[in-house]
Design a protein around this ligand. Structure first.
Ligand SMILES: [Ca+2]
Ligand SMILES: [Ca+2]
Ligand SMILES: [Ca+2]
Length: 406
């Protein structure tokens, strides 16, 4: 089945005020189409956890999907709703690690040539394989410290300069490629965090210009500035680590940030999926670190917080928080997986979530094993990875260009 409806309660707590035009596409099974227009006979053994998306200068939505065989797929949707899928082989590289971690340069992805970093193991060495979204052209790899694949990748403008930097966490190390666009590959600079890494984001959390890094380390989360790596001063953390409120060992495996109460201050989200725990740190800064507020995990949670993402789906200036649990049972199917969308009021109180899962849930479908949010078509689109499937939820304004369902 190549098209399935979703279970989306439009009346849930006013988060999405009305059932405005919404398109859903399930890229499943043999629906893959090469750029030449011929259906692909290849059904991929399964998608690993990588998914990253964005829009280009013409407003198209495109995203990369990592497959467990050494392949990347570029999926593009135009405003008319037509879609193409293209296989991009990672030639000369080993099997993609599972889960595969990807990140895009958000400033470049908004232009015509986005830059995508993919965690790979190249000839036994952890590296970031770089691609340009526009033409799938690969550039040289950046080699990372250690021996294990990156657990988190982030692009952003840090305190080093006004240029975009690239950071990756993996093993026990934090790697830095400053001003990556002016580099042609080679070894990243690094510092040792002294413990196993988890997720990584960049967010501006202090008075310095540019974003700080926020990274999971051995069940804690630490914050620091990239300039200390660039100057060889180690990781030089800012303040005390954020400790897991409940001692959760997987605290910091996934992270995101947004502004859920709409006050202009950054809110941090730190998940501990092995313990089904997700914490939100409203308006957290290095100078005034706030306490984490736990999001009550839904009944039947098995990996609540496996992935977290942020988007303003109803365009009211307050972000919504997307949390996946790909192991949860849904609709009577074991391990079908569920994605939850939470909205907060302007005091930061989260309401009960909207639930998304396949209308025909399958056992071990793993809906939510990957997650990305991308702006396109004047709205925000949610892309959810499942076993052998990708689900794309388009959202357009009520007055927008309507239903572009295929
Ligand atoms: Ca800063
Ligand atoms: Ca806030
Ligand atoms: Ca919103």
């Amino acid at each position: 089945m190549s098209f399935r409806k979703i279970l989306l309660s439009c009346t849930s707590l006013g988060l999405i005020a009305s059932c405005d035009p919404r398109v859903f596409d399930d890229l499943s099974d043999s629906a893959w189409v090469h750029s030449a227009g011929k259906p692909s006979s290849t059904e991929f053994a399964g998608f690993s956890a990588g998914l990253i998306g964005g829009s280009d200068g013409s407003g198209n939505l495109h995203y990369f999907v990592a497959a467990e065989k050494p392949a990347l797929l570029l999926v593009t949707y135009t405003k008319s709703g037509s879609r193409s899928s293209q296989e991009v082989l990672l030639e000369g590289r080993d099997q993609l690690p599972v889960p595969t971690i990807m990140a895009s340069d958000p400033s470049a992805f908004a232009a015509t040539s986005g830059n995508v970093a993919v965690a790979v193991i190249a000839n036994g060495t952890p590296a970031l394989a770089m691609f340009r979204a526009e033409n799938k052209e690969a550039s040289s790899d950046f080699l990372l410290a250690g021996s294990t694949a990156a657990t988190g990748i982030a692009f952003g403008v840090t305190d080093i300069s006004a240029e975009t930097d690239l950071l990756a966490a993996g093993g026990q190390d934090l790697n830095l490629v400053s001003d990556y666009k002016n580099k042609s590959g080679g070894a990243a600079e690094s510092c040792s965090l002294g413990g196993a890494t988890g997720g990584l984001i960049l967010a501006d959390l202090d008075v310095s210009a540019g974003a700080e890094y926020v990274v999971g380390v051995a069940g804690t989360v630490v914050v620091g500035q990239a300039s200390s790596i660039a100057t060889g001063s180690g990781c030089a953390l800012l303040g005390a680590p954020i400790m897991a409120p409940g001692g959760e060992a997987s605290f910091g495996r996934t992270l995101t940030s947004g502004d859920f109460d709409g006050n202009g201050e950054t809110d941090l989200v730190i998940a501990a999926p092995d313990e089904n725990a997700v914490y939100v740190y409203m308006n957290w800064t290095v100078a005034v670190p706030t306490m984490g507020v736990k999001i009550a995990n839904p009944a039947g949670s098995k990996a609540f917080g496996a992935n977290v993402a942020v988007g303003d789906f109803n365009d009211d200036g307050q972000d919504e928080l997307v949390i996946s649990d790909h192991a949860r049972d849904a609709g009577g199917a074991t391990g079908a997986g569920t994605v939850f969308i939470y909205g907060a009021d302007n005091s930061g109180q989260f309401a009960a979530p909207i639930e998304l899962y396949d209308a025909s849930p399958e056992g071990d479908q793993a809906f939510g094993k990957s997650l990305t949010v991308a702006k396109a078509f004047g709205g925000v689109s949610l892309v959810v990875g499942a076993k052998n499937e990708v689900f794309t939820y388009f959202r357009t304004p009520v007055s927008g260009d309507g239903d572009s369902r295929e």
